[in-house]
Design a binder for this molecule. Structure first.
Ligand SMILES: C[S@@+](CC[C@H](N)C(=O)[O-])C[C@H]1O[C@@H](n2cnc3c(N)ncnc32)[C@H](O)[C@@H]1O
Length: 223
C-alpha cells in the first residue's frame, strides 16, 4: 500500500531489497543474449540500472568502465552489493541521477536500457533519447530490448491498456505520481524519434529464445 501511494523513486527505494525476486527484474534469458550480441567494448552505461541486473553481464565485455545510473538510492545500494562479485575487471561506478538529464558527455561506446521504458512518459522520450545521444561517443551504440504493440485481439493488449487506465486515474487523483505505463517505447513507433535525434537503427527478431515478441534494437550515433 505504501508503495502504491509513493512517487516512482520512493516506490523503488521501498521495494529495492526484494526487487530481484519480482518479475520486474529483467531475466538473464534476455540479458545474456543481448550482451553476447554486443561483443567487447571499452565502456558502457546502463540507464535505469536498478539492482545492476544488466551490469553484471556488461562488466565482462567492458575493458575499462561500466557505469549504472538510477534515481533510486535504495536500488543503487542493492546494485553495489550484487555487483561486488560480478565477473570482469572493468571499474564499476554507480551514479544517482535522472535518465532524462544525465551528466555524461561523449563518454561511452555503449548505452543500454532494459525494463525501464515504462517510467519514461511519451512526452519525455525526446529528452531521454537526447540524454543518451550526448552520453555516447561518435559511432557509439544505444542497445535496448522492446516489442511491438500487440493486436487488440490479444489479451496482453487489454491487460496493458487496462493497467494504464488505472495508473492514469491514480495519477490524476494522487500526488506524487507513480510513473509506470505498459507498451511504451515500442517498435517501430520509437524508430522515428531515434532517427530524428541522429541515430541510425537496426531491429532484430528471434534473438531471445522463449521471448518471441522481444526485439533487439541497436541505434548507432553518427560518427
Ligand atoms: C523496473 S526497474 C528495472 C531495473 C533494471 N534495469 C532491470 O531490468 O532489472 C526500473 C528502474 O528505473 C529507475 N528509474 C525510473 N525512472 C527513472 C529516471 N527518470 N531516472 C533514473 N532512473 C529511473 C527506477 O528507480 C528503477 O530502478
Amino acid at each position: 500500500m505504501q508503495q502504491a501511494l509513493s512517487s516512482t523513486q520512493r516506490g523503488y527505494d521501498l521495494i529495492a531489497p526484494k526487487f530481484d525476486k519480482t518479475p520486474f527484474r529483467t531475466p538473464d534469458a534476455i540479458l545474456q543474449p543481448m550482451v553476447n550480441r554486443i561483443g567487447p567494448v571499452r565502456s558502457a552505461l546502463d540507464v535505469c540500472c536498478g539492482t545492476g541486473a544488466a551490469m553484471r553481464w556488461l562488466r565482462a565485455i567492458c575493458e575499462s568502465r561500466v557505469v549504472g545510473i538510477d534515481e533510486s538510492q535504495g536500488m543503487l545500494a542493492e546494485a553495489k552489493n550484487r555487483l561486488a562479485d560480478a565477473p570482469g575487471d572493468a571499474r564499476v561506478e554507480l551514479v544517482r541521477g535522472d535518465a532524462l538529464d544525465m551528466p555524461f558527455r561523449e563518454e561511452f561506446d555503449l548505452v543500454t536500457c532494459v525494463g525501464a521504458f515504462g517510467h519514461i512518459l511519451e512526452r519525455d522520450e525526446p529528452r531521454f533519447i537526447a540524454s543518451i545521444y550526448r552520453a555516447l561517443v561518435p559511432g557509439g551504440r544505444f542497445v535496448f530490448v522492446t516489442s511491438e504493440i500487440p493486436s487488440v485481439t490479444e489479451p496482453s493488449w487489454w491487460m496493458a491498456r487496462g493497467f494504464n487506465a488505472v495508473m492514469r486515474a491514480r495519477n490524476a487523483v494522487l500526488k506524487p505520481e507513480f510513473v509506470m505505463y505498459y507498451l511504451t517505447f515500442t517498435w517501430p513507433a520509437i524508430w522515428r524519434k531515434l532517427e530524428r535525434a541522429g541515430f541510425t537503427t537496426n531491429a532484430e527478431r528471434d534473438v531471445f529464445p522463449g521471448f518471441p515478441s522481444a526485439i533487439l534494437v541497436t541505434a548507432t550515433k553518427a560518427r
